[in-house]
Design a protein around this ligand. Structure first.
Ligand code: UDX
Length: 435
């Protein structure tokens, strides 16, 4: 099928390449010329495992193109809207102007057989509003939220754990469902569960899922606060409660908490939208989820300052990790960079290293020092903070690392190192939520 994908960021670029790999003929549209020319030459404009291979294959087969010219969507039957919905500056609400602009740009190319499929995360009610915008063209609208995780985006797009279709009532919803079934035929053949809902439910599924995940992380981080107050170990606590399969161990890793372009802004946008709908009490708890999450960053700084006898002045602090999570170069709302900046403002001499995210980090926060090589970054450190759990940092050898630093002080912000091993090699090892 001929498909267009509007917006080629983390979501759209992966979606376009994945749809081409399923055998469709895909054109990705983006306003950013640099991004489009990178994608055309098979280079992902961001780090995402497996994406480069998919892009190269799609380009070689001739089934994947990218353009800044939206009129090239004219031959496509299905149009996926994959643009961002960032947090509005100074507000909790999501900025949906890019979604509105994407749909507006499609209008003149729509026919009565066109299907517009929204994938962006939007406030509940957006799809119904956009369906009215499209009404005169005869095109159908669906909302098909995306649940991909950065770092696993290719796998999550090609093998999702569920497909959710939000459709209009009646015949137009049935017809659009049949078209999207054709697009996703390979996944449906693999018995991927598929749910058809109304617009509002599909929009809420995404926001509710992200709110639940954020709640799970902040729950265990709240327990970490109690562990710190009582001398207990939050990693053992998580293992023990996680054995109850009603609770489950996944997403119960205590540490520096969540960041990125989704969870923080999605829970805030949810609170804002609930307020508009007069249901703010229903999600008032998300404010506490957000606060617990942000407190972890401050706690990390406090623990480190305490070990350094109460002051960062003149101390060389090495921060391992800048990305909001491993296997990504995304630094949006990165907990690691929040901590690095807080320490720098308190007089610490902060050096940040990361296997992939240094370029993005240095563009966002040029005031910090960046060193690409891990050993060079560790050289002469008075304290080392592990803030993003890249494999390379999890595998660090405490004895070899000791020979690089000035002082053997390590604070494990992600609870991924073995305290016995590190203490055995003479390190002062501290972590969040552990004695
Ligand atoms: C998230 C959702 O998982 C995904 O379904 C949705 O489509 C987009 O938002 P993503 O932002 O890529 O995906 O990252 P995710 O893997 O969910 O991690 C989010 C943050 O939580 C990261 O900063 C991570 O370090 C942190 N985290 C995750 C924890 O602190 N503890 C955990 O146990 C898990």
């Amino acid at each position: 099928m001929k498909i267009s994908v509007i917006g080629c960021g983390y979501l759209g670029a992966v979606h376009a390449a994945a749809m081409a790999s399923l055998g469709h003929e895909v054109v990705g549209v983006d306003v950013d010329e640099d991004k489009v020319s990178a994608l055309k030459s098979g280079r992902p404009p961001f780090f995402e495992p497996g994406l480069s291979e998919l892009l190269v294959k799609g380009r070689e087969r001739g089934s994947l193109d990218f353009t800044t010219d939206v009129s090239q969507v004219v031959d496509s039957r299905v149009h996926f809207v994959c643009v961002g919905t960032p947090q509005k500056p100074g507000e909790f609400a999501a900025d949906v102007t890019y979604v509105d602009a994407a749909v507006d740009s499609l209008l003149e190319h729509m026919t009565s057989t066109s299907v517009v499929v929204g994938k962006s995360t939007v406030p509940v009610g957006t799809a119904e509003r956009l369906a009215a915008v499209l009404a005169d063209t005869g095109a159908s609208l669906m909302w098909n939220p995306e649940f991909l995780r950065e770092g696993h985006a290719v796998e999550d797009t090609l093998h999702p754990n569920r497909l959710v279709y939000g459709v209009a009532p009646g015949e137009s919803g049935h017809a659009a469902t049949a078209v999207l079934d054709e697009v996703y035929a390979t996944m449906l053949d693999d018995e991927t569960p598929r749910m058809v809902t109304d617009f509002a439910t599909a929009e809420l599924v995404k926001t509710a899922a992200n709110s639940f995940l954020a709640t799970k992380i902040s729950f265990i981080n709240a327990m970490a606060e109690l562990c710190e107050a009582s001398g207990a170990d939050v990693t053992q606590l998580a293992d023990a409660i996680g054995m109850d399969d009603r609770i489950g161990r996944k997403f119960l890793n205590a540490g520096l908490g969540f960041g990125g372009g989704c969870l923080p802004k999605d829970i805030r946008a949810f609170m804002a939208r609930a307020g508009e709908l007069g249901a703010d009490q229903a999600v008032a708890f998300l404010k506490e989820i957000d606060s617990i999450n942000m407190r972890r960053r401050v706690r990390m700084v406090d623990i480190t300052r305490d070990i350094l006898a109460g002051s960062f002045i003149g101390k060389k602090i090495t921060v391992l990790g800048a990305a909001f999570k491993p296997d990504s170069d995304d630094v949006r709302d990165s907990p690691a960079l929040s901590v690095a900046r807080l320490i720098a403002t308190q007089g610490g001499v902060v050096t940040v290293t990361d296997p992939q995210a240094i370029d993005n980090a240095s563009r966002s926060f040029p005031e910090l020092n960046y060193v690409r090589d891990t050993s060079a970054a560790l050289a002469g450190a008075d304290a080392v903070l592990l803030l993003t759990e890249w494999r390379e940092y999890r595998d660090l050898d405490p004895i070899a690392t000791a020979s690089l630093v000035a002082d053997r002080i390590l604070v494990d912000g992600r609870n991924v190192l073995d305290p016995v091993q590190w203490r055995g090699a003479g390190w002062t090892y501290r972590a969040l939520g552990r004695p």
